[in-house]
Design a protein. Structure first.
Length: 255
C-alpha cells in the first residue's frame, strides 16, 4: 500500500513537471528563449520560497507559532490521552478528514478551478495561473514537510514510524485552505479552513499525530500558501500567440 502511494506521489510530481516544461518549450520551440523562460520560472519559484522566511510578511504567523507551538507541546500527552479514551468523533467522520487531507481535497479544488473557469467564461490564462498556484503551494508544502519529518525523527503516538512531526495531512490541508480563501473569498475560505481543522483533529483522533504535530503543520501550510499567493497576483502570466501559422503557449515571467 505504501509503495502504491509513493508511486502516485512521484507520478503526480512528474506530470506537473512535464506540464511546466512543455509550456515553457511551447513559447519558443526553436530558439534559446526557452532557457530564458525556464530561468524566469525558477526565479519566480525561488521568490515564492523566499517569501516563506520574510519575517515582516510572515510576522502574524511567526508570532502565533511562538505562542501556540510551545503550549501545544506541553499539552501533547493530555490531548492524546483524551482523544484515545473518548474520541473526538466517529470513525466515519474521521475517515472523511483523512481522505480530504490525503488527496481528495486537492482533486476537488482542481476540479472547481477548471469548472468555475468554464462556467464564468474566465480566460484560460487565469485558469492555468490558478492551477499553477495550487500545484506550487501543495507540492512545496509536501516536500518541506517531508524534510522536516526526516530531521525531527519524532515517533508517532501509535508507535508506527518516526515521521510524526509535523503532520503532512495538516500542512497540505491548511496550504490548500489559504489558496481557496485567496481565489474564492471569505466564505469558501472559511469552509476550507474548517475542513483543514477536521483533517488536523482526525490525525489526533486516529492516534497518528500529537497536538503539536498538527499545530506546527497548520502554521507551516499557511506560511507556504501565503508565500506563493504573494507571487501569484503579480508575476505568473500566460499568453497565447499565433506565429508562422502555429499556436504557441507562453509563460511570461520576470528574469
Amino acid at each position: 500500500m505504501m509503495v502504491r502511494l509513493k508511486y502516485r506521489k512521484v507520478l503526480c510530481a512528474l506530470l506537473c513537471t512535464l506540464f511546466l516544461v512543455s509550456a515553457l518549450r511551447a513559447q519558443q520551440p526553436f530558439s534559446n528563449q526557452t532557457d530564458n523562460r525556464l530561468r524566469g520560472y525558477l526565479s519566480h519559484y525561488y521568490q515564492g520560497i523566499r517569501n516563506t522566511w520574510d519575517t515582516k510578511y510572515q510576522k502574524p504567523i511567526l508570532i502565533a507559532g511562538s505562542v501556540l507551538i510551545p503550549i501545544s507541546m506541553l499539552l501533547d500527552n493530555q490531548v492524546q490521552n483524551y482523544a484515545q479514551r473518548h474520541g473526538f468523533y466517529s470513525d466515519n467522520i474521521s475517515r472523511i478528514g483523512d481522505l480530504y487531507g490525503h488527496r481528495w481535497g486537492y482533486y476537488t479544488t482542481l476540479a472547481v478551478i477548471i469548472t468555475t473557469g468554464i462556467i464564468t467564461d474566465q480566460s484560460w490564462q487565469r485558469t492555468l495561473s490558478n492551477t499553477g498556484l495550487l500545484i506550487e503551494s501543495i507540492l512545496t508544502t509536501s516536500k518541506v514537510t517531508s524534510i522536516i519529518k526526516t530531521i525531527s525523527h519524532r515517533q508517532r503516538p501509535n508507535g508506527k514510524g518516526y515521521r510524526s512531526y509535523p503532520s503532512g495531512h495538516t500542512s497540505s490541508a491548511f496550504a490548500l485552505a489559504a489558496v481557496i480563501k485567496y481565489l474564492y473569498g471569505k466564505y469558501p475560505g472559511c469552509f476550507a479552513y474548517g475542513m483543514a481543522a477536521l483533517v488536523a483533529s482526525s490525525r489526533i483522533n486516529d492516534n497518528k499525530h500529537y497536538l503539536s504535530d498538527v499545530v506546527s503543520g497548520a502554521l507551516l501550510g499557511i506560511m507556504i500558501g501565503r508565500s506563493f499567493i504573494r507571487q501569484h497576483a503579480t508575476e505568473l502570466q500566460y499568453s497565447i500567440e499565433l506565429n508562422s501559422g502555429c499556436i504557441q503557449l507562453g509563460l511570461h515571467l520576470p528574469l
